[in-house]
Design a protein around this ligand. Sequence first.
Ligand code: MN
Length: 225
Amino acid sequence: MFSNRFRTLFVATLLAATTQVEAQFAQAPLPYATDALVPSIDKMTMEIHYGKHHKAYVDNLNKALAGKPEEKMSPDELMGKITKETAPAVRNNGGGHWNHTFFWSIMGPAKGGAPKGALAEAIAKDFGSLDEFKKKFKEASTGRFGSGWAWLIVKDKKLMVTSTPNQDNPLMPVADVQGAPVLGLDVWEHAYYLNYQNKRPDYVDAFWNVVNWDKAAEHYAAAMK
Ligand code: MN
């Protein structure tokens, strides 16, 4: 009897270890402290957003794809495979994982200001000015009914503003407008409600104080290659 119990424990431990090794999709560490974006984004929102919401997308994606060939794909590759036929658990949690990883990377402490170099020139050329671009981006953010994302993308070598519902993104073939994301803003209430309540426009304004233009410029350069 003792040996049976021991064997059960051994098998359970082995299974847990195997599951961990096979979990293909993993949450990268947040690239800054949870209070690094205060006052634009408060600490508790970051803790819950990264630690609960994003984590749940990753956990549920791994569950949905366990044992399937898509498990071996990179997040970018997986986004390119999302069609109308894709299981909602894969579309929603896969998008949730990609979108949040991207979102954390294009913000940072002591950021904000204005873009430089080729990205600054392209914004001036394609929108008229940085202020015009921000106005369009705010319209896309506040105009997205319910939950979703606003995006700055490169499409056919030009910058464009677009938005997606739920956890869709412009890399997905199901998106109305497909392109390469340069910036993305999470406009789900979970992203801002604790600090801004119903005032989504104020949250959009605050985003410009923490946006990492250097990272956006990298995405722009990669998309223009
Ligand atoms: Mn979110």
